[in-house]
Design a protein around this ligand. Structure first.
Ligand SMILES: [Zn+2]
Length: 415
């Protein structure tokens, strides 16, 4: 039986996917390997051995490919997929926000934006996404009906004159009516310049109570410390421009990472997007916590931030993943292109240390270790295959611009 022809409600049949190379990410690269799947990973091993064990399975010979787990993008904003990154950054981060605001999709355009984002993910081999969503009541019904595996972080903004909207917005963000086996509901207090300490604390409280993932943008720009302490600088100017400021917002001295620490956010397995600005003391604080960092290399380069300290973070035991961020700050959602940029920036880093950033580490950041991002037994049968010619397939993919030859989610061939 060809599982691709079964109806979505029927479980996929057993298939033996054979390839010149299998990169499980949770174990060594296998030459002439095979992966036995139904909706989950049932076995990984040498082709001949698995063929003998699984004679009933449909044989799919992928030939000269490297077969690996579906890629995990731990930080994206799919609803911004109709946005176009400017050719160059005019002004700074806050000017970019001001330009972006009129580009936010109207409710009628949200479904089209999500469809485009999902299409890009699948085309680029991404099977699991951590999606930040400002209009999550509109994006979740669309995502639930897509084949993609998504953690939907409902975004909360509540500061100054919008303070009183906190509970209403948090209720929408944490609304789990669209939760499914592929769609996980989560919350995201947006950033230290748009959510007050009480708002962060409430988001964390709800996440703890309901065992929900939580993500936030942290230390993305150098302006957060000044804003937290004095309500001045670029974000102070942004609030004046918005015209909805009031003087009841609490102040905090010590920068955004200590701010997060003071709220107990770092003792939660939170996803911290960016962390582009981090001194030695702050690295130590992060290392004592449980939060993961998501570095977005092409977005980071676009804004011209100083070199990211991701290698020092990893050396201190901080979990680091790579994400794309949105089409408003990145050319597209091609997650491998973010890894390719990293490879060009640090050629001395072996590829074996790069691929975990978009597989195992990203899965851990999302709270799914062993369930996605690796070909571990019992993991979801989410896979991607790239056509390769050489004996170093993981390097070859990074040094080319090839797209996946095939993508599976839950054992079904999607692309
Ligand atoms: Zn973001």
């Amino acid at each position: 039986m060809n599982s691709s022809k079964t109806s979505p409600s029927q479980p996929p049949g057993r298939q033996l996917l054979c390839a010149a190379w299998v990169a499980p990410m949770c174990g060594p690269l296998l030459a002439d390997g095979a992966v036995l799947v139904d909706a989950k990973i049932l076995a990984v091993g040498p082709r001949n051995q698995l063929r003998a064990q699984a004679r009933d399975a449909e044989l799919v010979d992928l030939g000269d490919c490297v077969l690996m787990p579906g890629l995990v993008n731990a930080h994206a904003h799919l609803e911004l997929s109709l946005c176009q990154r400017p050719d160059s950054l005019r002004g700074g981060f806050v000017d970019w926000i001001k330009e972006l605001m009129p580009q936010m999709p109207s409710p009628e355009r949200v479904a089209a934006a999500i469809d485009l984002g999902v299409e890009q993910c699948l085309r680029f081999g991404v099977t699991t996404v951590g999606d930040i969503s400002r209009q999550c009541h509109l994006t979740r019904p669309v995502l639930r009906d897509s084949p993609l595996r998504v953690t939907s972080f409902g975004e909360v903004h509540a500061m100054a004159q919008h303070r009183d909207l906190l509970e209403e917005r948090l209720a929408v963000a944490a609304d789990d009516r669209w939760q499914s086996d592929r769609l996980t509901i989560a919350v995201s207090p947006h950033a230290p310049y748009s959510v007050e300490p009480h708002g962060f604390a409430r988001c964390l409280e709800v996440a703890r109570q309901r065992r929900m993932p939580l993500a936030t943008h942290l230390a993305e720009t150098p302006h957060e410390a000044e804003f937290l302490a004095e309500h001045s600088g670029a974000f102070g100017d942004l609030w004046q421009w918005l015209g909805t400021w009031d003087d009841q917002v609490p102040r905090f001295s010590g920068g955004p990472i200590r701010f997060a620490q003071s709220l107990d956010l770092l003792q939660y397995p939170a996803v911290l997007a960016h962390v582009n600005y981090c001194d030695d003391g702050e690295l130590d604080i992060l290392a004592r916590g449980r939060a993961s960092v998501v570095y977005c290399p092409r977005t980071h380069q676009f804004f011209g931030h100083p070199p990211h300290r991701w290698r020092e973070m990893l050396a201190r035991g901080i979990n680091v993943a790579v994400g794309t961020d949105s089409c408003a700050s990145s050319p597209d959602l091609n997650l491998v292109d973010d890894l390719r940029l990293l490879h060009r920036l640090v050629r001395q880093v072996p590829t074996a240390q790069l691929w975990p950033l978009i597989t195992t580490n990203a899965a851990k950041a999302m709270g799914f270790p062993g369930r996605v991002g690796s070909l571990a037994l019992g993991a979801a049968a989410d896979l991607v295959a790239f056509a390769v010619k050489t004996n170093d397939p993981l390097l070859e993919v990074l040094e080319s611009d090839i797209l996946p030859a095939a993508v599976w989610i839950g054992g079904r061939k999607i692309a």
